[in-house]
Design a protein around this ligand. Structure first.
Ligand SMILES: NC(=O)c1ccc[n+]([C@@H]2O[C@H](COP(=O)([O-])OP(=O)(O)OC[C@H]3O[C@@H](n4cnc5c(N)ncnc54)[C@H](O)[C@@H]3O)[C@@H](O)[C@H]2O)c1
Length: 261
């Protein structure tokens, strides 16, 4: 098992890409701390992981802690990370998958929505990195996996706050990689294309006929389909484990070829 004994924190672990990654990491023996503002989704995720663990022959199921927190709330990440450290004594992996988009150009986005999107996507990444880095330093290493988007590189219409936040996450990823490389801490970004999750469904639902943006999105991916959260989880597993020991400051595309042309 590639993550046996490792402790991984996954924000946004209650749904979509974060949840698929939690399931993948659990199959590799990781202990998991899931953070999500949706308490009901978290409880369901934890139950699924426990059942998975039991099916794999672990008497008590997978080891899971859950934190029903807003990743952008000041002090929340520190408090949650302290609880993880109190129980397991280490944090080896952080994946910052919590995020959402609101849609809108600069002119049609409310200032409150701009603040909320920046706070969750970018602020949540920065605050959670800040919360785990001291422990990773003490341990002499760790892996931080940020979640951006193919749109951070390609651009896109009508999603100004989200795309600005995802672009900043790429810059933050590189600067953190440089700041902490000497201490064995690797920081890399995943750029998913359109992935079949509740967030993507909500984004399509902003159109009067969701089938229209869905068909356009499928056509925009050279592989001719949308991605699955499990496909992003495979990239996260690579970045979390020893297989990526010489990889830092990088961007892994899981975008069905979107950025190729
Ligand atoms: N699905 C896609 O097409 C796609 C494409 C590119 C990037 N992404 C990114 O992948 C990540 C995961 O997205 P997903 O598609 O799995 O979405 P999702 O909505 O299925 O899951 C995101 C989870 O994050 C949680 N969350 C949102 N804001 C939060 C906050 N402030 N505090 C705590 N939890 C919060 C939600 O409750 C939800 O459970 C996001 O960062 C998203 O921007 C998604």
């Amino acid at each position: 098992m590639k993550l046996a004994g490792r402790v991984a924190v996954i924000t946004g672990g209650g749904s979509g890409i974060g949840l698929a990654t939690a399931r993948r990491f659990a199959r590799e023996g990781a202990r998991l701390a899931l953070v999500d503002r949706d308490a009901a989704a978290l409880a369901e995720a934890a139950a699924t992981l426990q059942a998975m663990g039991q099916a794999m022959g672990q008497a008590t199921g997978a080891e899971v802690m859950t934190f029903a927190s807003d990743v952008g709330a000041p002090g929340a990440a520190e408090a949650d990370a302290a609880a993880v450290l109190a129980r397991w004594g280490r944090i080896d992996v952080l994946m910052t998958a919590a995020g959402f988009s609101c849609g809108g150009t600069v002119l049609t986005t409310a200032v409150e929505d701009w603040d909320a999107v920046l706070r969750a996507n970018l602020g949540g990444t920065w605050l959670w990195a800040r919360a785990v880095l001291p422990a990773m330093r003490r341990q002499g290493g760790g892996s931080i996996i940020t979640v951006a988007s193919q749109l951070a590189r390609a651009g896109g219409r009508g999603n100004s706050a989200y795309i600005a936040a995802k672009g900043a996450i790429l810059s933050l990823t590189r600067t953190m990689a440089l700041d902490f490389a000497a201490e064995g801490i690797r920081v890399n970004a995943i750029l998913p294309g359109a992935i079949e999750t509740p967030m993507l469904a909500r984004s399509f639902a902003r159109h009067p006929d969701p089938a229209v943006p869905r068909a356009a999105s499928i056509a925009r991916h050279p592989l001719g389909r949308l991605g699955r959260p499990e496909e992003v989880a495979e990239a996260a597993l690579f970045l979390a484990g020893e297989g990526s020991s010489f990889t830092t400051g990088s961007e892994i595309l899981v975008d069905g070829g979107w950025l190729a042309g």
